[in-house]
Design a protein around this ligand. Structure first.
Ligand SMILES: Cc1ncc(C[n+]2csc(CCOP(=O)(O)OP(=O)(O)O)c2C)c(N)n1
Ligand code: SF4
Length: 286
């Protein structure tokens, strides 16, 4: 029987005390343990940002990717070795700014990868610039008068693009977060879990208390049906005095790898290599 301790490394997290990343770190290790996924069966691909430091703090296969490029890297790895459970962890700047195009195209393909976005509504690692999920009016060193841009809405955007699983969690509710991670990892297809992860150092607006005052859980909402697309979209557009968390939507949709005859049977990475004679090709470069 695995426990969250089986996913600890010798490195101690270096995040600021009180950072929302700690709860994600704990909930993810618990989810992996409860799903009985040994560390060698899991690959986590990280973006660049404070969340990316998790590369050293969670014991699985780990790949510290480029900023905004974690999702396509993970999809490539899953295509090469479908036997691995593949998870992506990145920041909101990474995923909804630099990597937004990759995110939308990943939804189209529906490859079986879980994407966890540490959404702190600010650029943390680079010391506090306005991010794609910062609300209009948010003041930082890059927008001292307040940003004039509306925030990206990852839940509505991913629903509109046809995502098969989308959820939102909160670092202030680690137990709930664990359940959401487990459901997302078990889902057959591309799953987004956007996690409110307060950055206690550079975001003095969207604090733990700010979220606690606003959030309600869709699981506790009477008659909420996560298979109902219209209901999910309605909740996805709720933002202000009240903010929903939980699983917004889950649907069956063809998964990419299982739809490709070339990938049936043994994982590509486990097949014997057929090494061709490439001497003629090399000769052209002489
Ligand atoms: C292509 C590219 N652009 C910009 C950067 C600089 N950079 C590194 S981390 C970062 C922002 C991180 O913010 P976010 O993704 O929200 O993660 P957080 O640190 O808040 O967890 C930026 C702009 C980079 N490394 N590569
Ligand atoms: S800068 Fe913000 S996101 Fe980064 S470790 Fe510190 S509190 Fe966490």
């Amino acid at each position: 029987m695995l426990t969250d301790k089986d996913f600890l490394t010798k490195q101690k997290p270096s995040w600021c005390p009180g950072c929302g990343n700690f709860a994600i770190w704990i909930a993810m290790r618990q989810a992996l343990a409860e799903l009985n996924l040994d560390p060698h069966k899991v690959l986590v691909v990280y973006g660049v940002g404070c969340s990316g430091n998790d590369t050293n703090f969670i014991k699985t296969y780990a790949w510290h990717s480029l900023h905004g490029r974690a999702v396509p890297t993970a999809i490539g790895a899953k295509l090469a070795n479908k036997d691995l459970t593949v998870i992506v962890m990145g920041g909101d700047g990474d995923g909804y700014g630099e990597g937004l195009g990759h995110f939308l195209h990943a939804i189209r393909g529906n490859v079986n990868v879980t994407y966890v976005v540490h959404d702190n509504k600010v650029y943390g690692l680079t010391t506090g610039q306005t991010a794609p999920t910062s609300d209009r009016g948010f003041k930082t060193k890059t927008t001292p008068q307040g940003t004039l841009d509306d925030a990206v809405n990852p839940i509505a955007l991913s629903l509109a693009q046809g995502i098969s699983f989308v959820a939102r969690g909160f670092s202030g509710q680690a137990e709930n977060l664990k359940h959401i991670f487990k459901a997302a990892i078990q889902h057959e297809g591309f799953a987004l879990v956007d996690v409110f992860q307060p950055c206690v150092t550079f975001n003095k607006v969207n604090t733990f208390q700010w979220f606690f005052d606003k959030i309600y859980n869709l699981d506790e909402k009477k008659d909420y049906n996560k298979a109902d697309f219209q209901a999910a979209m309605k909740e996805a557009l709720v933002w202000g005095e009240k903010i929903p968390v939980g699983i917004f939507y889950q649907a069956n949709k063809p998964e990419y790898i299982s739809s490709l005859p070339q990938l049936k049977g043994m994982a590509l990475a486990k097949r014997p290599m057929k090494v061709r004679d490439i001497s003629k090709l090399l000769y052209e470069f002489k």
